[in-house]
Design a protein around this ligand. Structure first.
Ligand code: IMP
Ligand code: MG
Length: 180
C-alpha cells in the first residue's frame, strides 16, 4: 500500500491501513450481531461516503437485515459548508423498524442531525448510529455514537469511501492531508 498519494493539488499520507479498518469493521459487526440477535435491523447508509463501510460491514452481519440509502452533501473541497443539502431522502417507510444509521465520518455532525430529523418524521422502533470515523465536534457528542471505528484528530482525510473533490474514494486505506 502506498504510504503517500497525490490527489489533484494535495498530498496525503497513510494513517489507517486497510487491515486495521477491516479488523474494526469486523469488531463493530460482531457487536451488532450480538445486540440485534433475533431482530431484523434496517441499515440506512448515508451516501456517498459510507458506501464502502456499508458494503464491508453488511457482509459481516449474520442477522437478517435490510439496507436503504439517503444522500446528503455538506462538504466542498476540504471544508464543511455548514449547510447540508438533501439529495435523496428516505424512500421507504422506516415505521416500527430498528434503524442503524451508517456514516463514514462525523465531523460537524450536521449531516447526522439532518438524517435524525428526517427519521423522526416516521415512527422507528429504535435508532442507533454506526460511524467509521469521528472527529471532535459539538453537535453529536461521542457518547451518541453507538458503534465507532476510530476517533481521529480534526484533520482532513480521504480513502475508504471518503473523497477530496470526488477523488480518493477508491483508496483501500485512510489517508490524512499533509501539512504544507
Ligand atoms: P458533517 O456533517 O460535518 O458531520 O460531515 C459529514 C460528511 O462530510 C461526511 O459524511 C463526509 O462525507 C464529509 N466529510 C467530513 N469530514 C471529511 C473528511 O475529512 N474528508 C472527506 N469528507 C469528509
Ligand atoms: Mg458522508
Amino acid at each position: 500500500m502506498n504510504k503517500e498519494i497525490r490527489l489533484n493539488d494535495k498530498v496525503f499520507s497513510l494513517s489507517i491501513t486497510e487491515e486495521h479498518i477491516l479488523e474494526k469493521v469486523r469488531e463493530i459487526a460482531g457487536k451488532i450481531n450480538t445486540d440485534y440477535h433475533g431482530k431484523t435491523p434496517l441499515f440506512m447508509a448515508i451516501l456517498n461516503g459510507s458506501y464502502i463501510f456499508a458494503a464491508d460491514l453488511l457482509r459481516e452481519i449474520k442477522v437478517d437485515c435490510g439496507i436503504t440509502f439517503v444522500k446528503l452533501s455538506s462538504y466542498r473541497g476540504i471544508q464543511s459548508t455548514g449547510k447540508v443539502k438533501k439529495l435523496l431522502g428516505i424512500t421507504e417507510s422506516v415505521d416500527f423498524k430498528d434503524i442503524i444509521i451508517l456514516e463514514d465520518i462525523i465531523d460537524s455532525g450536521l449531516t447526522l442531525k439532518e438524517v435524525s430529523k428526517m427519521i423522526r418524521e416516521f415512527r422507528p422502533k429504535s435508532v442507533r448510529i454506526a460511524a467509521l470515523l469521528y472527529k471532535s465536534n459539538q453537535n453529536i457528542p461521542i457518547e451518541m455514537v453507538d458503534y465507532l471505528g476510530f476517533k481521529i484528530p480534526p484533520d482532513f482525510v480521504v480513502g475508504y469511501g471518503l473523497d477530496y473533490m470526488e477523488l480518493g474514494r477508491n483508496l483501500r486505506g485512510v489517508y490524512t492531508l499533509n501539512e504544507d
